[in-house]
Design a protein. Structure first.
Lengths: 449, 449
């Protein structure tokens, strides 16, 4: 735990001194002095839901320089002298919610609202010369390069309790690589927790070009991984001894795929229906990938096969049955029932089956709508406790970030959400949000009365 | 339900459940464990003659006994087929149902595009097939490409997960196509895109030959590599060939592990394709449609090739102009293994009507005509050991018709697969009747008049 290594606020010093101090710090492993030391806060009097353990009534959370320094019952936590005290009586503190699959800050071309499988292809003539054009999809694409952060988008997510988001690319079959962001302001780069977080693959088709059918797409995905494995093996063989070997040709596309087939870096398959899940599982087994499944709103229908090969599920909260589903084609009555009762129960069924899942915002850019959908999942049988874990510690684990995020514990990043009411109550109000220890206030004095 | 002899008061409940599940449910179609006793029906065994009045006992999905007055173990459901005709479940040797996408039409040669990878168990055509007594289909790649992709054999287990539909025992097949569909695929292309090769019949033959040559070379490269790698001290610079999914499938066919199913209309192209098979040593299992098969029936029969054709509707396009309604019956009499196919998610429910047409056009007997949609397609698909006729030891795939299945007045009342009821016309009617008041109430409130 990093609890003891905290930077003390210091008087302003010249950059030269900082360099010297930094060098000393490295030598002596002393607390690292930084040019920008975040403020210290003591949140006092709130009920703490740490997720890591039982709730604490009337607790205190001390935040120093972006990390949680300490937390516990009011009497047991010393409030530092330099802390700005934030009175939070009547409020509840939760870990910042994590959506492990979103399209936050992504501008997308207008698309029909129906539940159809996204159809990707070359940009239409009207879009020539736009951003779409400059970033053709492919395994080497970093979605980070396409993002346009906005205060409104951050606020919309904060107001639903989200402080961390994985942003996934969303065009093409090999869509590119995602980025994980901590929503700590408006500037993009300071938000980045990890770029190239995962490779994203979608079972879609290319308009008028190969592959134009789903079966072609599956062959294309498999052949690409075969080619990448072969490419890696040839490069390795050549690196070991070039004499007598023809130099392998450089291929940027395969080069980008190599870490995912050779080094088991994570691959996320977008699964638009129950069959996509089975298709993905076959590919995962064939290439021994370290994979996650996203979307998966019919995952309960594949519970049997998922039980045999547990893969982390990033379960979307889109309750519309897929276009070709029996729940869509057997009449309007069943479709409505499916959307209102059957699909919202997906998460509850997965919990019952003991399958690991996180709940994700997906393409939904409206934070409160995401929370509303979480409430629908709870209404359909998902325990609140399970829902909370699926939005905090579970995604943190899936993303390999559980040392730093996902619960309220000393040493973790200070992502804290203060709400009036229960997080999953219909009338919940997000009062304040801390992200990386940066404070955002969302409730005015009048509103709180 | 009048044709059921259920000793239990639970009868109504079971029926209601079966009806609901057949229509909508994601659960198994019937929870009777594959055990069933079909009583007092006229049994058309297809291979062992007609039993005017007899019973079929099924345990664990397999036919245990056929004969008069059989007794079932306690608890086994009994279906009274008195006055009805019990026939083997019909088999459609050529369809495109229960898949997501039919053609990988972007390129002419796509053996990597595997239909088995895109099965969609939610396709309502499965229900349509069941309503016509069809229990098994050969779902094929479309005819847009000279070499399409591998096909899949499915049982029509509506409500069961996709992997349970796939018939693993079936012969692996690969779709080929000749003639106009191949020539005219991608006839209109977007500006700036080249029209796809081939655009003529001679081109189709040439491109298939070229690809088979490639596959031969590919196999030879692997053979050379394996030989070198197995040597005592393989050279450090030995490089394996790259695995190519497209050529792997063709290699399977050239090694005899997969058979060709070739869409052909005209006699000339059909003979030319037989020439290719002789040249490269692969097995043609069946010609599809084969409208001019009657001109070369002797050659086709001598080569041990089957025909999967239509019963009528000839001359619907120029290349079918010399098709005749007598084709199927004539070729069957000439010793060709003929089956009648639907090639359609709608006509599939009238496959038995189509089979009957060969009696009028072609002069086949009842027995011969029935073979065209039962044991003959089973032989074509390599599954005649397990289905296609009613014999002890075979899987119990059965259709119960209200009259003789070759009568224009007959309809299918019940369809059973491996001893489970997947279609029950009367239960379904009941279910609809029960649902009618609710639907009517909705109409009274408003909506379309």
């Amino acid at each position: 735990m990093r609890i003891s290594i905290v930077a003390r606020p210091k008087p302003r010093v010249s950059p030269a001194v900082i360099v010297v101090l930094a060098a000393l710090a490295l030598d002596a492993a002393a607390p690292a002095p930084a040019a920008d030391v975040g403020p210290t806060y003591a949140i006092r009097g709130c009920r703490i839901v740490p997720v890591a353990g039982p709730a604490i009534e009337k607790g205190v959370i001390v935040i120093r320089d972006g990390l949680i320094e300490s937390l516990g019952p009011a009497g047991k936590v010393r409030i530092p002298d330099d802390a700005e005290i934030i009175e939070a009586e009547g409020l509840q503190a939760y870990p910042g919610l994590i959506t492990a699959f979103s399209s936050l800050f992504l501008e997308r071309p207008a698309r029909s609202a129906g539940p159809e499988i996204p159809f990707e292809g070359p940009p239409p003539a009207a879009a020539q010369g736009t951003r779409e054009d400059t970033f053709p999809p492919g395994p080497g694409l970093f979605v980070l390069d396409q993002l346009k952060p906005s205060r409104a988008a951050v606020e919309s997510f904060h107001r639903a309790g989200f402080t961390t988001a994985l942003v996934a690319p969303e065009r093409g079959i090999f869509e590119g690589q995602s980025v994980i962001l901590d929503l700590n302001g408006e500037a993009l780069l300071p938000m980045v927790i990890r770029n190239g977080a995962a490779l994203h693959v979608n079972f879609t088709t290319e308009r008028g070009a190969y592959p134009s059918s789903l079966m072609g797409t599956i062959a294309h995905i498999r052949q690409s991984f075969i080619d990448a494995e072969y490419y890696a093996a040839r490069q390795a063989q050549y690196a070991k001894g070039a004499a007598g070997l023809k130099r392998p040709a450089y291929d940027p596309r395969l080069e980008a795929l190599v870490p995912f087939v050779r080094d088991r870096r994570p691959v996320v398959f977008q699964c638009n229906n129950v069959e996509d899940i089975k298709r993905a599982l076959k590919i995962i087994a064939e290439f021994k990938l370290n994979a996650l499944l996203a979307g998966a709103n019919e995952a309960w229908r594949a519970a049997d096969v998922l039980g045999k090969a547990p893969v982390p599920l990033l379960v979307g909260l889109d309750f519309r049955p897929p276009a070709a589903s029996r729940y869509t084609t057997q009449g309007e009555e069943l479709r409505k029932k499916a959307e209102s009762a059957i699909y919202p129960a997906n998460a509850a069924e997965l919990a019952k089956a003991g399958l690991p899942f996180a709940l994700v915002s997906g393409a939904n850019a409206d934070g409160t709508a995401v929370l509303k959908a979480v409430r629908a999942a709870i209404g359909a049988g998902l325990a609140e406790e399970a829902a909370l874990r699926a939005l905090t510690i579970q995604p943190a684990r899936f993303l390999g970030l559980d040392q730093a995020l996902g619960t309220l514990e000393p040493g973790k990043i200070a992502n804290v959400v203060l709400v009036r009411g229960g997080l999953f109550d219909e009338k919940v109000r997000v009062v304040r949000v801390f992200v990386d220890g940066v404070r955002f206030d969302y409730e005015t004095e009048e509103a709180s009365k | 339900m009048k044709n059921l002899a259920l000793p239990l008061p639970r009868a109504a409940a079971i029926l209601a459940l079966a009806g609901f599940v057949v229509a909508f449910g994601p659960r198994p179609a019937a929870a009777d464990g594959g055990d069933i006793l079909i009583r007092n029906g006229t049994i058309l065994t297809v291979t062992k003659g007609v039993i005017a009045r007899g019973d079929i006992l099924v345990l664990g999905g397999v036919i245990k006994a056929i004969g008069p007055d059989l007794a079932a173990p306690p608890g086994v459901r009994a279906v009274d087929a008195a006055g009805r005709f019990v026939v083997p479940g019909l088999i459609d040797s050529h369809t495109h149902i229960a898949v997501a996408g039919t053609n990988e039409g972007s390129e002419a040669i796509t053996p990597e595009a595997d239909v088995g990878a895109v099965v969609n168990a939610d396709d309502a055509s499965i229900l349509t097939a069941l309503s016509g007594g069809v229990t098994m289909v050969h779902t094929m790649h479309g005819s847009a490409n000279p070499i399409g992709g591998p096909n899949v054999v499915l049982k029509m287990k509506w409500g069961r997960p996709s992997e349970e539909l796939v018939v693993a025992e079936a012969l692996p097949t690969l779709k080929f196509a000749l003639g106009e569909n191949v020539k005219q695929a991608n006839r209109t292309v977007a500006a700036g895109r080249e029209r796809r090769y081939p655009a003529t019949r001679m081109g189709a033959n040439a491109v298939i030959r070229r690809e088979l040559e490639k596959a031969r070379n590919y196999m030879a490269r692997w053979d050379r590599y394996k030989k070198a790698a197995a040597a005592k001290n393989p050279p450090r610079t030995l490089v394996p060939p790259k695995k190519d999914l497209r050529l792997e499938v063709l290699a399977e066919m050239l090694r005899g592990e997969r058979v060709a199913r070739c869409h052909s209309y005209q006699a000339t192209e059909t003979l030319e394709f037989m020439g290719l098979a002789r040249e490269f040593g692969f097995k043609i299992q069946c010609f599809e449609h084969c409208w001019e098969g009657y001109k070369i029936a002797g050659e086709i029969a001598a080569a041990g090739i089957g025909i999967s054709g239509f019963a009528d509707n000839w001359a619907y396009k120029m290349e079918a102009a010399e098709g005749i309604a007598e084709m199927a019956g004539y070729c069957a009499r000439k010793g060709v293994l003929v089956s009648i196919n639907s090639d359609s998610g709608e006509r599939i429910r009238r496959l038995f009507n189509d089979a009957a047409k060969t009696m009028k056009y072609g002069g086949l007997s009842e027995d011969e005509a029935l073979r065209l949609v039962t044991i003959n397609p089973a032989i074509q698909l390599g599954v005649d050991r397990i289905v296609g006729s009613l014999e002890v030891g075979k899987q119990c795939d059965v259709a119960i018709f209200s009259g003789h299945p070759l009568s224009a007045y007959a309809r299918c009342d019940m369809t059973i697969i491996e001893g489970r009821v997947y279609f029950d016309r009367e239960a379904l009617a009941r279910e609809r009747e029960a649902a009618a008041p609710a639907a009517a109430a909705a109409r009274e409130v408003g909506g379309l008049q």
